[in-house]
Write a protein that binds this ligand. Sequence first.
Ligand code: 5CA
Ligand code: ZN
Length: 414
Amino acid sequence: MRTWTPPEIPELPGQGVAPKLFNTATGRLEHPAIPEGKALLYVCGITPYDATHLGHAFTYLTFDIMQRAWRDAGIETVYAQNITDVDDPLLERANDTGVDWRALADEQIGLFRSDMFRMGMLPPEHYVAVTEQIDEIADAVRELRELGYAYSVPTDDAEGDDIYFDTEGASRDSEWRLGDVAPYDRELMLRLSAERGGDPERTGKRGALDPLLWRAARAGEPSWETSVGVGRPGWHVECSVIARGALGGAFTVQGGGSDLVFPHHEFTAAHATALSGTPLAHAYCHAGLVSYQGHKMSKSRGNLVFVSRLLDGGADPSAIRLGLLAHHYRSEWEWYDGDLETARRRLEAWREGLTRQSDEPVAAAAVLRQLRSAIANDLDTPVMLATLDAALDRGVDSPGLIADAVLALLGVQL
Ligand code: 5CA
Ligand code: ZN
């Protein structure tokens, strides 16, 4: 899938250090492995409807900053992202609005691409839609069945059977154990499975948590003829196959918003490990969820603030970035309508600060050192912003170096 034009990243003098990152799977700050000197990153992409809201933007900005940190440390990055362009909620939205699901997806992917470009986000090298890899995903489902990790569940509204992943079997016989990614107890897993696309109540399954691998064709739903029959893939196996196809196994970081920890990333890892014997990623990193009007910003609730509306209303993309970067990526926080104005003022103050004549200017080289140490500490952007507030309030000895550092590390144009 086509991506978008990359932003300019100035070269900075010297070098940062590889960032320590919080790994959800272990609950610790770690330096995840960088195979052959390359940081390999897979971030779960959008389901293309109601894009791009500020929650999406916060998640993608997190992984944009992560890549800026690696690159500043002299580490090459390879970035892959998927598009979940066939999925129940997308199909429901298309049905409800009388639009063809492909047309809806195409339009929303175009909007997302334009939002990402305008926001100065680093584009993925591998941008892969589920509909581009149906055969590969079906082959993986077939392989899981041959390995004994998948089973059929009869349907009463389709010709063929649905196929499910055998959680208990895989947890016993493969290298993966339930809970390897999500540090949750079973009760919470059951609740989250029901809330996030699973079907713990469905009869005929071996285990309540078992996720769908393949959905047999239903009337009025898109389907493909494949090696496991006519139908369409389940959600987790899609990302598992796309991630391994783009990056191979055991890559550096699997990322997304924290709503993906369970069941999505747990089972994405489970499928990959069951198929290959190696873990999917060395670390699983998650951005906190952004709320608005007292609730998590979500398509189902409809409390969305769209990036395109803010930009079309004249917002400076750098101000939107600063409004988001004021929060540490792992915090759960709420966006207030006044936040954009606060961020705009900060941006204005920084721009003014850059031209400030001072008798005792702050050494720009020292500021750069502080910025590098904060970004290396689990991407601590609030500390970076506070460092710049203080320095630019006083004036700096090399405005050019500060402007370059702010653009390279934060993607903010002064
Ligand atoms: N297509 C799947 C992932 S394979 C999906 O979750 N799509 S999405 O459009 O719902 O979300 C896209 C990304 O934005 C995901 O990483 C999700 O975790 C993140 N996200 C969604 N809502 C929020 C929110 N309110 N705050 C922060 N991140 C969010
Ligand atoms: Zn995903």
